[in-house]
Design a protein. Structure first.
Length: 404
């Protein structure tokens, strides 16, 4: 069985990833779960996988693989699709992991992303970060952000990727896509050069090191819209990861830069759909409001970011638990799946059961469940977030004698 035949069969089964390993039949990932490709698939040996890999690489890439024992590349097969391929060695044999990249760039609606993401795409300048673990859909969200701008505005959009994943055609905008290892040597070098190439929007595939982060902050400070990713779980960890790339003596300045340039952090976790038809993202959105900016700039207050997110619905913010509540409300995921991905399981369980959280705040901006009737959760009412001090004040001044 050839590589093309393996990939064709994998796509027919709805696979997002394909694993090729010596001594076992091809394994696919579908709906987040690994499973064998099928009983008719052959057990591959190391030489077969090596031959498949070498057929993908040009002379320069082969030399790179021989020297470093690993390489990532983008590869397209006519009539089948485009793939991101990682070739590496394990236990002395060649191994491959292949990610399917659709030809069509998905829309926000197709990705089931909150409406606020579309508003974030309308920013003219600043830094927007999309974060999450590997395989959480960051590349698809970035591509959707870029293509939304592409369809709406006349801009020069420069992407720096390793490798290029989605191929984005010019629409209203002019698209320049550069691949590390082919069109440039590194993210930092390509980004520095990119600032002299008249870009309006810059996409950086990943902020991997301090030099790239510095260049990204500089680009955002000089009036560009910069989009990038980090492998972090949420907004708070994202801020801390950026700061950790710098010496302690530099972190105060970096906090000020982030406070001035950061527009939003979109963090994603993929959940299995209740109907078994794929995955749906739970999304945390942090918008850099005045309150959030103060929390970023003051190291003693940064731990308050999650609370600010949950209370920032007026700005379009939402926490993971609030997003999961909404997915539950829409009957897209199960309660058990929500518990696997929520930030605070015990607090989440209490809120689902309809009780007020221990901190005295009420929670309804994204689907507060108040009561369970006939095995379904019902929204009894929508209320504003009420701080404890406001409750006390209302009780003192209430004219009808009832607690407000």
């Amino acid at each position: 069985m050839t590589l093309e035949e393996i990939l064709k069969k994998a796509l027919e089964k709805g696979a997002t990833d394909v694993h090729l390993k010596a001594g076992v039949m091809p394994v696919i990932r579908r709906n987040g779960v690994l499973r064998p490709l099928g009983s008719s698939a052959p057990i591959l040996n190391g030489n077969q996988i090596l031959e498949m890999a070498m057929g993908l690489l040009d002379e320069k890439q082969r030399a790179h693989f021989e020297e470093f024992r690993e390489i990532d590349l983008g590869y397209g097969i006519s009539g089948l699709g485009r793939f991101r391929i990682s070739v590496f060695r394990q236990r002395g044999t060649t191994r491959m992991v292949i990610r399917n990249i659709p030809f069509k760039v998905p829309t926000f609606e197709e990705l089931t992303l909150p409406a606020m993401v579309s508003k974030i795409a309308q920013q003219e300048r600043g830094l927007v970060l999309v974060t999450g673990v590997a395989g959480s859909g960051k590349s698809s969200t970035l591509a959707a952000l870029i293509d939304d701008i592409n369809k709406r505005d006349s801009k020069h959009i420069l992407t720096i990727e390793d490798p290029i994943e989605y191929l984005i055609r010019d629409r209203k905008s002019l698209i320049t896509q550069r691949e590390i290892g082919i069109d440039s040597y590194s993210f930092a070098r390509a980004l520095r050069a990119g600032l002299r190439q008249d870009p309006d929007v810059i996409l950086i595939g990943e902020m991997r090191d301090r030099e790239t982060i510095e260049s990204a902050l500089l680009a955002a400070e000089t009036g560009h819209l910069v989009l990038s990713t980090l492998h972090t779980l949420d907004a708070t960890e994202t801020i801390n990861r950026i700061l950790a790339a710098f010496e302690a003596s530099q972190q105060a300045q970096v906090r000020m830069q982030l406070g001035a340039t950061l527009k939003a952090v979109i963090s994603q976790r993929l959940c299995r759909r209740k109907d078994g038809a794929g995955l749906v993202p739970a999304v945390e959105i942090m918008i850099n409001s005045a309150r959030v900016r103060d929390l970023i700039e003051d190291p003693k207050e940064t731990t308050g970011i999650p609370q600010a997110i949950e209370e920032g619905a007026v700005y379009g913010m939402q926490g993971f638990d609030q997003s999961l509540m909404e997915l539950l409300n829409k009957d897209l995921i199960t309660y058990e799946e929500a518990l696997l991905h929520c930030a605070r399981p015990e607090d989440f369980r209490i809120r689902v059961e309809g009780f007020t959280a221990m901190d005295g705040k009420k929670w309804s901006q994204t689907g507060l469940y108040d009561r369970k009737v006939n095995d379904k959760w019902h929204n009894i009412t929508e209320v504003e977030i009420v701080m404890p001090t406001e409750i006390k004040k209302t009780r003192k001044t209430g004219s009808d004698g009832d607690d407000k």
